[in-house]
Design a protein around this ligand. Structure first.
Ligand code: ADP
Ligand code: ZN
Ligand code: ZN
Length: 740
């Protein structure tokens, strides 16, 4: 329908549809004079089909290329102001900062499936959700199927009640089993809102905690604070009490954690304090549940405490009073792909300023970025220097593996470590052991020609995994390709292979051989599959089902297990010597976090680190517990080297079907950008193949831009940047990348 169609056209609208290509918006006419505005959810037709779409812009004049074209009108208004003007501003700002399109950013920020739905007006009260209670009679002597028994045991373990959505989540119990138990009267249901009344009252704070809560409560709108508290200092209690103050003023709270595995613990603690005011929002939820949380968050009358992971930073809470990023140093707060490659910490800073909320960054090991921000006066430092109950931090003991070797002990597990593990178990205490890699063996290599067995799709060696019956196969940790170990070398035909490096499976096997009567449990991505895998495994360990938990990095993150008195690291060296600018910072953070798992309860703890480099500065700071000094020194080093965060970097990542096409595209991009980069006083480095030059069959190249801190990244606007890329080659812009 064009200008001369005779109908009164007040405006032209740009509408974003999920059905469109990346970055594409469609122009529609508004003949109904609905006075539509950006943020309205509307229904339109595209190629004969109905779609819901978001009005992203109102045009007074039609772009020249569309002048005179017949434009269809918007069919109807589904929901006015489905996203607020302030929220759209946030999206535009994030898109701009990350050199992503508004479309990509919207797609990242909105729960998937949201646009496909017909929206109702914001809900006033949370939709009644069911909670299942039971078992209502003793289970002894009952005839139950294994599935029924397992469901009842789960309920029992959860203290007699569990939300239906959780009990019957995909991968958990089936609805039909629940129905059969309901029919027999063994379980019953109540509404979740009614049942989740707060059950826990706030704890009496120690003086450091009191000071922290007072400072957060008194902080100016938009202010950022770093809550630097040692592991076990009671940071979560500070968050919860600050959140209570916020709720009391009718304002909402965003409580973010970097790890999906930490959600259950935080959710339990928040629910026991705030009951039905708590919403969850994270990637392990079903689309429908996410949309429900999103909608509940829109209600300005009902202040919420949202517990979520990275993407929850975009939830459009209308009256936001407090944002908390727990474990603010964690790399999971950064999105690598797809674009926008945003950092939740930076989005949180924007949101805090925009909505006059207070931002609290909590951690035992602050990131260098946040430390710098403190030293520049942009972030206020709050300290919790002591553990709750003045419990001591566990001392760190080193095992010099060079000496072990010199004394003829070539085993993976040193004598002191085995001794300590045995003692811990004999005393009925528990230990956690960090192994940097999952699987059985790091890789296989050929005894004749020395070549490792590589993934056919990626430039990495395949990892050996082992099944229950001892059968071994190979797996790629990058693309998940699986294959049999094979019987001859693809290079020279030799049939002799030699495995190298130990993963969690091999460590468990060796511990089993060396220690008698020690019960072992494995904690890695392979053993914690499914939505509740993480939680279930930790519950089993907390219940005393095993003495030693052997796991990967996941082990170090945030868990609170009072009977753990020993935290051990098998091969610290693998962490220290990575070729990355942040290797020192990240490995010290990991080691301190792991150390923080020991001695959290009444019993004192100890940390044991096996290393070939006991003199490494990271190990020294670990032993001395001098993280603040480490940060100062590291900042000084980076300042003198002109490195991030005292400078800025931006990584352009290209991927394409062949090495030559990708290399050519990278070279063309680099020479196109070079003049602008130079003009801005920046430096362009590369192009060069990515550290792993091929993943899942796609070749990867990169170009690095380096420039002054706080300066804008000298890149042309989004469509121009991509315009000259050959078909099949993709480009991702990663501002302030975490890996360099
Ligand atoms: P962090 O997050 O700093 O590592 P947590 O918040 O997990 O520490 O607190 C450690 C333990 O101390 C938890 O079991 C918590 O319930 C308990 N705790 C926190 N604050 C207090 C307090 N004021 N009094 C008693 N116990 C507390
Ligand atoms: Zn060979
Ligand atoms: Zn692979």
């Amino acid at each position: 329908m064009g200008r001369d169609s005779g109908k009164a056209v007040s405006r032209w609208l740009q509408v974003w549809l999920e059905a469109g290509r990346d970055g594409q918006v469609f122009t529609y006419a508004n003949p109904l004079d609905l006075a539509l505005a950006p943020g309205d959810l509307v229904q339109v037709r595209l190629r004969g089909r109905r779609h819901s779409g978001l009005v992203v812009e109102v045009l007074q004049d039609l772009p020249a290329e569309l002048a005179g074209r017949a434009l269809q009108p918007v069919e109807s208004l589904l929901q006015p102001a489905a996203v607020s003007a302030a929220w759209q501003q946030l999206i535009d700002q994030v898109a701009g900062d990350c050199h992503a399109s508004r479309f990509q950013t919207l797609k990242s920020a909105l729960p998937s499936g949201w646009l496909g739905q017909r929206l109702q007006p914001p809900v006033r009260a949370p939709r009644p959700a069911w909670q299942i209670e039971g078992p209502r009679v003793p289970l002894e002597g009952l005839r139950l199927t294994p599935a029924q028994a397992s469901l009842l045991h789960d309920l029992e373990a959860a203290g007699g009640a569990k939300p239906l959505a959780e009990l019957c989540a995909p991968g958990a119990h089936s609805r039909s089993v629940l129905t059969s138990l309901e029919r027999r009267g063994l379980v019953g249901r109540t509404t979740l809102g009614a049942a989740t009344m707060p059950t826990q009252s706030p704890r009496a704070l120690n003086s450091d905690q009191q000071r922290a809560v007072a400072a957060i409560t008194a902080a100016a709108p938009g202010q950022a604070l770093l809550l630097w508290g040692v592991t076990g200092a009671g940071k979560t209690e500070v968050y919860l009490q600050a959140a209570a103050g916020c709720l009391a003023q009718g304002r909402s709270v965003l409580l973010l954690t970097p790890e999906i595995g930490l959600i259950p613990q935080l959710l339990d603690r928040a629910r026991s304090r705030f009951g039905a005011a708590v919403l969850e929002f994270h990637s392990a939820m079903a689309d429908g549940d996410k949309v429900a949380s999103w909608r509940a968050a829109l209600d300005p009358e009902a202040p919420r405490v949202v517990v979520g992971t990275r993407s929850a930073v975009f939830l459009p809470l209308p009256r936001l009073g407090l944002l908390v990023l727990d474990e603010e140093h964690d790399a999971s707060y950064k999105q690598d792909s797809p674009m926008p490659c945003y950092h939740a910490r930076e989005v949180a800073r924007l949101r805090a300023r925009q909505s006059g909320a207070v931002l609290v960054l909590g951690t035992a090991t602050p990131s260098l970025e946040t430390w710098l921000s403190c030293s520049q006066g942009h972030t206020t430092l709050l300290r919790l220097p002591q553990r709750i109950g003045e419990r001591p931090l566990p001392p760190v003991r080193l095992v010099d593996m060079r000496q072990e070797l010199a004394e003829g002990h070539r085993r993976l597990l040193s004598r002191p470590l085995l001794e300590r593990l045995q003692q811990v178990c004999q005393r009925g205490e528990q230990a956690v052991v960090l192994v940097p890699r999952r699987g059985y063996r790091a890789f296989l290599s050929c005894r004749s020609c020395g070549e490792a067995v590589l993934c056919p799709n990626c430039d990495v060696a395949l990892t050996v995994h082992r099944g229950r019956e001892g059968r071994e196969w190979l797996r790629c940790h990058w693309c998940d390709h699986r294959q049999n170990c094979g019987d001859h070398c693809g290079h020279c035909g030799s049939t002799a292979f030699k495995p190298f490096g130990a993963g969690t499976q091999r460590v468990i096997e060796q511990l089993g051989e060396e220690l008698s009567d020690v019960r072992l449990l494995r904690f890695d991505r392979d053993s914690t599959r499914g939505r509740d895998g993480h939680r279930q495994l930790l519950e089993r360990f907390a219940a005393g089902e095993a003495d030693v938990l052997v796991g990967t990095q996941m082990l170090a993150k945030g868990m609170d297990l009072p009977r753990v008195t020993l935290a051990a690291v098998l091969a610290a060296d693998g962490l220290l010597h990575r070729p990355d600018l942040r290797a020192s910072e990240q490995s010290l953070q990991l080691l301190l976090q792991l150390a923080g798992r020991a001695g959290r309860g009444e019993l004192p703890g100890e940390v044991l680190v096996q290393t070939y480099s006991p003199d490494h500065s990271v190990i020294r700071h670990l032993v001395q517990g001098s993280y603040g000094d480490f940060l100062d020194q590291e900042l000084d080093l980076r300042r003198r080297g002109g490195l991030v965060p005292l400078a800025r970097a931006c990584l352009l990542r290209l991927a394409g079907p062949s090495a030559s096409a990708t290399a050519t595209a990278a070279a063309a991009l680099a020479s196109r950008l070079q003049p602008g980069v130079e003009r801005a006083g920046w430096v362009l480095i590369g192009p060069a193949p990515a550290p792993v030059a091929r993943v899942a069959g796609r070749s990867r190249w990169q170009v690095l831009l380096h420039g002054p801190a706080a300066a804008a990244i000298p890149l042309p606007p989004e469509p121009d940047l991509r315009s000259a890329l050959p078909v099949g080659v993709t480009l991702a812009v990663d501002p302030d990348p975490l890996e360099l």
